[in-house]
Design a protein around this ligand. Structure first.
Ligand SMILES: [Fe+2]
Ligand SMILES: [Fe+2]
Length: 349
């Protein structure tokens, strides 16, 4: 959520020295040779620019990919806001898990505690209700007791591009049924947000440690889910295309409004610019509309923002992927309860 954003445009500091994917053999930063892993540096030692995928490339790459009878099923739920959001998510999670036969559920919890941060007991509640991992964002430390909690509970991840030495971690590998493994990452954008390390470069470095794909094909990880927490649609789209083919799902959070651009990108990555919040939509991005609106009308200190407590809409995205490639084969939005039009994926669709 960005209600505390200072509104300054710090400009695009993207340094254009990103990375690329190269299907040929290459040398990793550790000097180790990998077949088909991510290429971080070009021949001049610069970060390689991404080779963005086209539909034609993807069609060629996907020829011969084995189809598994039972795909991996993934649910991602956007920023949970306040009590209304928490209660709705806790109510819906067990049903989603059984109805959609999910293998992996990820929830963004950065606004669960009265709109600001996540308390450890709330994190435990989400995990106990069926979440496999929880992501955060710019409100990660609003409840400070979460900081020591992250050293015990690795399934709660904060943005990867926080400064070196920051407590917690930006990625976690969770073990799934059938010996499969999923990498969950949280990364923050920089446009109209806090100045942080480059999310593109750090994501490339993190992904270079793994190979997405089936165990039989030498894959070390069968699914990658990246929550890109950012204000600007442009930055999130650029991020999605940059890592197309290297992740199963790249989904935006932070703006608290679901976008209608859910799609499978040419390289096989499911993408949606913002999952939308799990909160009351009769509000200003989850917070009481009167207090939030008055801040725009008057340039005087307004009353403290508090979450709107009407019935929440649980918003997110549902993905099915092929375990042999780690790529998405289906992506659908989720909108359950509350004011928004309802969208509940069906396994028979
Ligand atoms: Fe948020
Ligand atoms: Fe946020």
């Amino acid at each position: 959520m960005g209600m505390q954003n200072n509104g300054q445009d710090r400009g695009d500091r993207h340094d254009q020295r990103n990375f690329g994917q190269d299907d040929r053999q290459h040398r990793s930063p550790q000097g180790e040779q990998h077949q088909g892993a991510i290429r971080l540096f070009d021949d001049h030692g610069m970060y390689a620019l991404p080779a963005l995928r086209s539909d034609r490339q993807a069609a060629l790459d996907n020829q011969g990919a084995a189809w598994h009878a039972k795909p991996m099923r993934i649910v991602f739920l956007g920023d949970v806001v306040g009590r209304s959001g928490r209660e709705a998510v806790l109510r819906v999670l067990p049903d989603l898990r059984s109805r959609l036969q999910t293998d992996l559920i990820v929830v963004n919890g950065e606004n669960a505690s009265h709109g600001f941060g996540l308390a450890p007991d709330m994190a435990r509640d989400f995990l106990n209700a069926g979440a496999d991992a929880i992501t955060l964002g710019n409100h990660a430390w609003d409840r400070k007791e979460l900081i020591p909690f992250l050293s015990q509970e690795k399934r709660v991840v904060r943005p990867l591009n926080f400064p070196p030495g920051t407590p917690g971690q930006g990625a976690v590998v969770v073990e799934l049924s059938g010996g499969r493994r999923a990498l969950i990452m949280n990364v923050m954008g920089r446009l109209f947000m806090d100045p942080l390390d480059c999310p593109f470069r750090l994501t490339a470095q993190e992904l270079s440690r793994y190979k997405l794909g089936g165990v039989a094909g030498g894959g070390s990880i069968q699914a990658v889910v990246i929550d890109v927490h950012g204000e600007a649609t442009s930055e999130k789209m650029a991020f999605g295309h940059s890592f197309d083919g290297q992740a199963t799902l790249i989904v935006g959070t932070h703006t608290h409004v679901p976008t209608a651009d859910h799609q499978i990108l040419p390289g096989g990555t499911a993408y949606q610019t913002d999952a939308g919040m799990c909160g009351d939509y009769d509000s200003v991005i989850g917070m009481g509309k009167e207090a939030a609106a008055s801040r725009f009308w008057r340039k005087t200190p307004g009353e403290r923002l508090a979450p709107s407590e009407g019935e929440a809409t649980v918003c997110g995205v549902f993905v099915e992927s092929d375990d042999s490639t780690g790529h998405a084969v289906r992506v659908e939005p989720i909108r359950i309860g509350g004011r928004l039009s309802q969208m509940i994926p069906s396994l028979s669709a």
